[in-house]
Design a protein around this ligand. Sequence first.
Ligand code: FAD
Length: 399
Amino acid sequence: MHVLISGAGIGGLTAALAFQKLGHQVTVLEQAHFLEEIGAGLQISPNGMRVFEALGVTSRVEKDAFRPKSQELRFGKGGARILTIPLREASYARWGGEYLHVHRADLVEALGGALQDRQAGALQLGRRIVSYAQDAAQVFAHLDTGERISGDLLVAADGIRSAIRAQMIGPDQPRYTGHVAWRAVVPVSELGPNAPPESACVWVGAKRHAVTYRLRRGSLANLVAVVESKAAPAESWTATGERDQALKDFKHWSPVIRTILEKAVTLNRWALYDRMPLETWSDGRVVMLGDACHPMLPFLAQGAVMAIEDAYVLARLVSQAENPASAFRAYEAIRKPRTSRVQAGARRNAKLFHRGDPLSQLATYGPIWLAGQLLPAFAHGQYDWIYSHDVTQMPDTAA
Ligand SMILES: Cc1cc2nc3c(=O)[nH]c(=O)nc-3n(C[C@H](O)[C@H](O)[C@H](O)COP(=O)(O)OP(=O)(O)OC[C@H]3O[C@@H](n4cnc5c(N)ncnc54)[C@H](O)[C@@H]3O)c2cc1C
């Protein structure tokens, strides 16, 4: 088949590699003129890494990545440790895959490079899809230039503001979640004794939390610092914020967080949106994946990983099924319950991380601390349902 893919983000590129590996011809149409991502980090958990392994791109993805020692939960003020879950040594043994921190630009380059090597010309930049049309035999992507490109399927991997989703479902807006994130990346060499630990570390506090981790073999510190805010600032990957406001938001917090905010050359301010689960993800020969159909809060670090899982499952089902409609039915039946559960889990974590008064902190973090001390296997087990999930071992269901 000839598969058209709208968007060369992590979901679109993974879908292209998965369809290409199964013998299909792919054309990825990306609106941006350069294949680039914001200079920020991404956590890729074992359930995502297993897909990369199956697609034969692990060595490219791992090249400049960082393997965190552990996952940690700490108090934002004072920095006392609540919980540590070992990752570096434990991840493969427990979940069957590595847990990596990657720079988004490195990941997009790794996936895009593999695609170009395998099917030259598959990736077309500066190509914006504005709408689609279809008949019984084909689907047509209409570009802003007036061109029309035909294929057998159209996969919408065009993100939270998906034009294809708007045509398919209607032009409603995603839901502002009441959270704003500050984002920064700073060389570790500039942070001295306040460099973040070599872990995926969540720092918790009243109505706010922060996440720190390392990128590029440990040489960069990545910060996502989230505050509750009634008003939504404009949504954009590149909107820069005011340093004074960020430092005010994290007043009296650990010097690890404040030093990154002070040293960051660019501080991005980013309103967080999600959507309630959608009724349908497909229309005839057109189907959605990733943020286009299930954007979520980043508080389980799973948005991109869910897009990676979607991509693999979709390509497998389309290759097995007699027609796109039955493949898409099976795809929605398999993927919706999982992505909805992860969406809900991410929303729950906002409450878990933002406890304010000392009593509720004690009631929440006390048992977590105790479980970590007495039952470390139990603490590990909390993530089994996410990280052990293996879409590459999926049975053939859509034949
Ligand atoms: C602060 C923060 C931290 C996060 N951390 C993590 C993490 O650690 N781990 C994780 O798994 N997830 C994380 N996420 C979520 C993750 O970033 C997203 O879920 C993921 O990027 C979605 O990928 P996608 O391919 O579906 O969409 P996108 O990455 O949005 O890609 C969409 C692509 O489509 C293109 N496009 C859009 N419209 C058109 C059009 N009309 N025609 C052609 N091209 C078009 C865009 O230019 C873009 O390249 C985080 C999110 C945030 C906000």
